[in-house]
Design a protein around this ligand. Structure first.
Ligand code: COA
Length: 325
């Protein structure tokens, strides 16, 4: 089996910033409530003319440049998203065309906030078994397009953005372990009820605001803390490592209180945790990858460091991944 690592990173965050102060004018909320309950200060919103693929393409171009590869070097493009441009064709097809990645197979995966780690694991398999040489894994979301801007329970939490990584064979380091999980027994905790084959769009679904994210935050909070703690422990056990071996934890950025509760349970000091939730909110598939990209750009991840990615999301799905940089 070949060793697989991340050889290039990129991101794109839309220019428009929506602050908590602006949200105070839209729903019955306060900056104090949002910051103390979630850690979020502001989030980015794509413009009306920007779709998820537009964000993904910009992140992908930066990742290719940083990997020093041309689009035609790519064998595979995976886009993790729950807000693709349209139900079909895939957003990955749109990205493939825009990049002119002529050789690449391309598809989307839907694993919500765990989408990027699920995507990493697929790309890892293709490269480690020798089927492909270079893969691009993108996490991209325009969650503002499915956010109910009249629902204070959810609208303060989400944002838009994209991050991308190029994976290839590496001589040293690379992906050490990946653990994925799913429990689909309670879909009502977090979903988008209409617009699929179960409830196609009708006047009634629109009137009932069923094309927006529905969430039972309180219940999810508890499950997220437990599941992310266990996922991190399992990925470490698979790698025969302990937390002492980890230089930086890059968790899914849903709520800083979830992240700190996980850190406390695992006995990890706060300075080993990377947070960017205050600037972007929860961007589902795009959260963990943009956090990783920014940690690399800021020098928080250096060559030889060992990084743990840890996530949880709608499905429910979860995953953890250890990478030696
Ligand atoms: N502004 C002000 N008050 C708000 C509010 C807002 N934006 N949103 C909810 N509230 C109110 C509620 O109505 C409730 O009021 P009540 O006590 O009068 O009924 C009160 O705040 C507490 O609500 P609760 O839901 O218990 O708050 P919480 O501390 O659990 O925080 C979340 C809410 C959503 C921030 C938190 O539960 C969370 O982050 N959950 C997990 C989210 C998650 O993991 N998502 C998906 C994984 S990707």
């Amino acid at each position: 089996m070949r060793r697989v690592g991340i050889i290039g990173v990129g991101e794109y965050l839309p220019e428009r910033v929506l602050t908590n102060a602006q949200l105070e004018k839209m729903v019955d909320t306060s900056d104090e409530w949002i910051v103390s309950r979630t850690g979020i200060k502001e989030r980015r919103l794509a413009s009306e003319s920007e779709a998820t693929s537009d964000l993904a393409i910009k992140a992908a171009r930066e990742a290719l440049k940083s990997a020093n590869l041309a689009p035609e070097d790519l064998d595979l493009i995976i886009v993790a998203t729950v807000t693709g441009d349209m139900p079909f064709p895939s957003t990955a097809s749109i990205v493939q065309n825009a990049l002119a990645a002529k050789k690449a197979a391309a598809f989307d995966i839907s694993a919500a906030c765990a989408g990027f780690i699920y995507g990493l694991s697929i790309a890892n398999q293709f490269i480690s078994n020798g089927a492909y040489k270079n893969a691009l894994v993108i996490g991209a979301e325009k969650l503002s397009s499915v956010t109910d801007w009249k629902d204070r329970n959810t609208c303060v939490l989400f944002g838009d953005g994209a991050g991308a990584c190029v994976l290839s064979e590496v001589k040293s380091g690379g992906i050490v372990s990946i653990y994925l999980g799913c429990d689909g027994s309670d879909l009502s905790l977090l979903n988008l009820p209409a617009g699929g084959s179960r409830k196609p769009a009708t006047r009634e679904t629109v009137d009932n605001r069923m094309h927006y994210i529905k969430m039972q935050g309180n219940e999810l909070f508890k499950i997220a803390v437990k599941t992310m703690t266990e996922a991190a422990q399992i990925a470490l056990a698979q790698a025969k490592m302990t937390f002492k071996d980890i230089d930086l934890i890059v968790p899914h950025q849903a709520n800083s209180r979830i992240i700190m509760a996980v850190a406390k349970r695992l006995g990890i000091p706060e300075d080993k945790i990377y947070l960017n939730i205050e600037r972007y909110g929860n961007m589902s598939s795009a959260s963990i990858v943009t956090a990783l990209v920014e940690a690399v750009k800021e020098g928080r991840v250096k060559k030889g460091d060992t990084v743990l990615l840890d996530c949880f999301g709608a499905g429910l799905v979860w995953g953890a991944c250890i990478i030696n940089w």
